[in-house]
Write a protein that binds this ligand. Structure first.
Ligand code: PLP
Length: 396
C-alpha cells in the first residue's frame, strides 16, 4: 500500500527498462527490473527459459495483450465456458451476444465441465479441439475448485499445433507456493492477476517462454512486449509495479508457503462442514482456495444468498454453476478463504464461518417461504427479520 500510494504514480515511462520514450526513468527502470527478477524467482522459473512483462494494468488487459501477441483477428480459441467456471476474457459469448472482446475479435468455442460431476471433461475437449483446430487453448478459471492437468492439455494443444496459455489469476499464490500443479512446465504463456491469492495490488503479469532463434516461441518475447505497449497500453503504472515487486518478495518467503498451505486447509474445512450440513458443493469439495456452493437443491438463488450475507456482514459473491438455465440467475455462491486466512483464521475458525453460512442459508430458505420468490419482496422481509439482525450481531 505504501508503494502503491507513493509519488511513483506521477512518472510517465512508456517503453521498457533501458528503452523508454521519456527521460528521467533511472529509478523507474531499477524498480521494473527488480519486479521482473522477483516475478521469475517467485514462480521458480529461470530467466533463460522464461521472461515476463509486468506492465499490464489488470488481468483482462494482460489476457488481451497475450491474445494480441499470439493470434491474428478471427483465429480460433478455446477457453473454459463462464458457466463452467471460466473467465469472461476466455472467449465468453451467450447464444445471443458475443460478450467479451475475446469472442468479438476471435472465433471462440468454449469447453465445459462434465454436467454430472462438475469436473473438467478433458475427453470432450480433446474431441472438440480435434474438429475445431484452435490456434490457442486457454486453461485456468475464476470458479473451479479443482486442479488442472497441464500435461494432458499440452497434448491436446499439440494435436492442433495450438498455443497453450494458463490464466492462473486465481491460483497464482498457490502456484508460487507449489501448492497446486505447475503450469510453467507445460504452457507457452502464463498470465495472472496479482491481487488474488498472490496478495498484491490490482494488476496483471504475462510470462512467456523463451526459445533459441528459429524455434517455436523464439518470437514470443518481442510479440508480448509489443502487444502490451504500444498495441494495448500506454504508460505503465509505476507505483503498482513497485507494489507488485513488494508482493512478489513476500510470495517467495517461507511465511507465504505457510499461508498458502493454510488457505487450502481452510477451504477444505469450510467445504467439509458445509457438506456435513447437507449442502451440495460443485465436485463435492475443493483442492484450492475456494468452494463453489450449488444452492439449487435448496431452492435458493445465488443472488438471495449473497443478499442475506450482505445483511449479516459476510462478503461473498453469487456465481454461475454449470447447468444453470440462465447466466442472469446464478445458481450458487463462491466462497474463498484467502482474505480471512490473511487475518489469521485457521480451520476451526472456518468451521465457525461455515456454521454462520448454514444459519444464513436456513434463514434465507424460511424467509423465501413466506416472502415468495421475488428478490424485492425477499429484501423487504430481510429488513424486518429479527433473526437476521441476531445473526449479524453474532457474525460481528
Ligand atoms: N482471469 C481470471 C481467471 C479472473 O478470475 C479474473 C478476475 O476475476 C481476470 C482474469 C480479470 O482480472 P481483472 O479483473 O484484473 O481484469
Amino acid at each position: 500500500m505504501e508503494a502503491n500510494g507513493s509519488a511513483l504514480t506521477n512518472k510517465y515511462s512508456e517503453g521498457l527498462p533501458g528503452a523508454r520514450y521519456y527521460g528521467g526513468n533511472e529509478f523507474i527502470d531499477q524498480i521494473e527490473e527488480l519486479c521482473r527478477k522477483r516475478a521469475l524467482e517467485a514462480f521458480n522459473v529461470s530467466p533463460e527459459q522464461w521472461g515476463v512483462n509486468v506492465q499490464p494494468y489488470s488481468g483482462s488487459t494482460a489476457n488481451f495483450s497475450a491474445f494480441t501477441a499470439m493470434l491474428a483477428p478471427h483465429d480460433r480459441i478455446m477457453g473454459l465456458d463462464l458457466p463452467s467456471g471460466g473467465h469472461l476474457t476466455h472467449g465468453y459469448a451467450t447464444a445471443k451476444k458475443k460478450v467479451s472482446s475475446s469472442a468479438i475479435y476471435f472465433e471462440s468455442l468454449p469447453y465445459q465441465v462434465d454436467m454430472k460431476t462438475g469436473y473438467l471433461d478433458y475427453d470432450k475437449l480433446e474431441a472438440s479441439a480435434a474438429l475445431f483446430r484452435p490456434k490457442l487453448i486457454i486453461c485456468g478459471a475464476s470458479a473451479y475448485p479443482r486442479d488442472w492437468d497441464y500435461a494432458r492439455l499440452r497434448k491436446i494443444a499439440d494435436q492442433s499445433g495450438a498455443y497453450l496459455m494458463a490464466d492462473i489469476a486465481h491460483t497464482s499464490g498457490l502456484v508460487a507456493a507449489k501448492e497446486v500443479n505447475n503450469p510453467f512446465e507445460f504452457c507457452d504463456v502464463v498470465t495472472t492477476t496479482t491481487h488474488k491469492t498472490l496478495r498484491g495490488p490490482r494488476a496483471g503479469l504475462i510470462f512467456f517462454r523463451r526459445a533459441p532463434k528459429g524455434e517455436k516461441n523464439s518470437d514470443l518475447e518481442d510479440k508480448v512486449n509489443f502487444a502490451v505497449f504500444p498495441s494495448n497500453q500506454g504508460g505503465p503504472h509505476n507505483n503498482t509495479i513497485a507494489g507488485i515487486a513488494v508482493a512478489l518478495k513476500q510470495a517467495a518467503s517461507p511465511a507465504f508457503k505457510e499461508y498458502a498451505i493454510q488457505v487450502k486447509a481452510n477451504a477444505r474445512a469450510l467445504g467439509e462442514t458445509l457438506v456435513k450440513r447437507g449442502y451440495k458443493l460443485v465436485t463435492d469439495g475443493t483442492e484450492n482456495h475456494l468452494v463453489l456452493w450449488d444452492l439449487r437443491p435448496n431452492g435458493l438463488t445465488g443472488s438471495k444468498m449473497e443478499k442475506i450475507c450482505d445483511y449479516v456482514s459476510i462478503t461473498l459473491n453469487k456465481n454461475a454453476v454449470h447447468g444453470d438455465s440462465s447466466a442472469l440467475v446464478p445458481g450458487g455462491v463462491r466462497v474463498g478463504t484467502p482474505a480471512l486466512t490473511s487475518r489469521s483464521f485457521k480451520e476451526a475458525d472456518f468451521v465457525q464461518v461455515a456454521e454462520f453460512l448454514h444459519r444464513a442459508a436456513q434463514l434465507a430458505i424460511s424467509i423465501q417461504a413466506t416472502s415468495g420468490k421475488l428478490i424485492k419482496d425477499f429484501i423487504v422481509a430481510l429488513d424486518k427479520s429479527e433473526e437476521v439482525k441476531a445473526l449479524k450481531a453474532d457474525v460481528e
